[in-house]
Design a protein around this ligand. Structure first.
Ligand SMILES: Nc1ncnc2c1ncn2[C@@H]1O[C@H](COP(=O)(O)OP(=O)(O)OP(=O)(O)O)[C@@H](O)[C@H]1O
Length: 257
C-alpha cells in the first residue's frame, strides 16, 4: 500500500500476509505508523491497495461492503449527540433502509447484548465513555456482521472498563460467531481477544511475527494468571522491540484450552 499526495509517496505496507479462519479472532499490534489502521481501512473498502489483495470470506472489500458483511468500530466511533442511545444504535439499520419494526427489534437485541438495557433514552453526553463505546458496538452488531473490524475500540477507556469490555466482547463474539480483526496498542488486550496476534513493524509496515494464542474460546479473567499468559506477553514484547530470533519460550499447556 502506497499513499501518494502530490510528490509525496509513503509506502505504508509491504509484506503483509495473514489469514484468519472464519469465526477466528486476530489482532494487529505494532508501533505507531506501522500501518495497522491502513490494513483495516483496506479491508473496510475505505482505501484501495496499490498491490496485493484482501478478501473477506472470499469477497473483495467492495463486495463485502455491498453485502454489509462487515462492521467497523473505531476509537472515535461517533454517536450523534442529538439522538438518544436507542436512536443512535438504530442508525446503521436506518442507513441500510431496514423497516421501523425490524430496526427497533434488532437495536433492542444488540443493546441487551452489550448490557445497556435501561439507558435507551439517554443522550450520548449522559453516558460514560465505556457506555458510548458499547453503544457504538451495539450499532455495529445490529447489522449482524460476519466480520468485525475494530480499530483501538477501547483505547480511550480506563484499565478497568477496558478489561470488562474485553470480556464482554468475547461473550458477544461467541454468541454471534463473528470473525474479529482488532487493532490495539495493548499486548494484554491482544492476547485476551485473539487466536493469533500479528506483530507489525514500520517503514514500510510489515508483519514480522505471528503468535498463536493457545487459549480456547471460553475465556475468563483468570487467564491472566496463567503462566502461559505471561509467556505470550514476553514473546510479544520482544517481537515488538525487534529482538532478532524471537522464539516461543517453553510453556506448559494453557489451563483454559
Ligand atoms: N491518508 C494518508 N495519506 C498519506 N499517508 C498516510 C495516510 N494514512 C496513513 N498514512 C501513512 O501511512 C503510514 C501508516 O499509517 P497508519 O495510520 O496505518 O498506521 P498505524 O499503525 O495505524 O498508526 P497508529 O498506531 O499511530 O494509529 C504512516 O506513515 C502514515 O503517515
Amino acid at each position: 500500500m502506497t499513499y501518494r499526495r502530490g510528490r509525496e509517496v509513503t509506502q505504508a505496507l509491504s509484506a503483509c500476509s495473514l489469514t484468519i479462519p472464519e469465526g477466528g479472532w486476530a489482532s494487529l499490534i505494532g508501533a505507531s505508523g506501522c500501518g495497522k489502521s491502513t490494513l483495516l481501512r483496506i479491508l473496510a473498502d475505505i482505501v484501495q491497495p496499490s498491490g496485493g489483495s484482501a478478501t473477506l470470506g472470499g469477497m473483495t472489500p467492495a463486495e463485502a461492503r455491498a453485502t454489509r458483511s462487515f462492521a467497523l468500530v473505531s476509537q472515535q466511533s461517533v454517536l450523534l449527540p442529538w439522538r438518544r442511545m436507542l436512536e443512535n444504535v438504530e442508525l446503521g439499520l436506518e442507513v441500510a433502509r431496514a423497516d421501523r419494526a425490524e430496526r427497533r427489534r434488532r437495536a433492542e437485541e444488540a443493546i441487551e447484548l452489550v448490557g445497556l438495557r435501561g439507558f435507551e433514552r439517554a443522550y450520548p453526553h449522559e453516558l460514560s465513555g465505556g457506555m458510548r463505546q458499547r453503544a457504538a458496538i451495539a450499532r455495529a452488531l445490529t447489522l449482524r456482521p460476519r466480520f468485525l473490524l475494530m480499530d483501538e475500540p477501547f483505547g480511550a477507556l480506563d484499565e478497568l472498563t477496558r478489561a470488562s469490555l474485553n470480556f464482554e466482547l468475547l461473550r458477544i463474539l461467541e454468541e454471534t460467531s463473528a470473525t474479529l480483526l482488532l487493532v490495539t496498542h495493548s499486548i494484554a488486550e491482544a492476547i485476551i481477544l485473539s487466536d493469533v496476534v500479528a506483530v507489525m513493524s514500520p517503514r514500510p509496515g510489515r508483519i514480522v511475527h505471528k503468535l498463536e494464542i493457545g487459549f480456547g474460546h471460553h475465556r475468563t479473567d483468570a487467564m491472566r494468571d496463567d503462566p502461559a499468559f505471561a509467556a505470550h506477553e514476553a514473546e510479544l514484547r520482544h517481537a515488538l522491540h525487534g529482538d532478532p530470533g524471537v522464539t516461543r519460550p517453553a510453556i506448559r499447556e494453557p489451563a483454559f484450552a
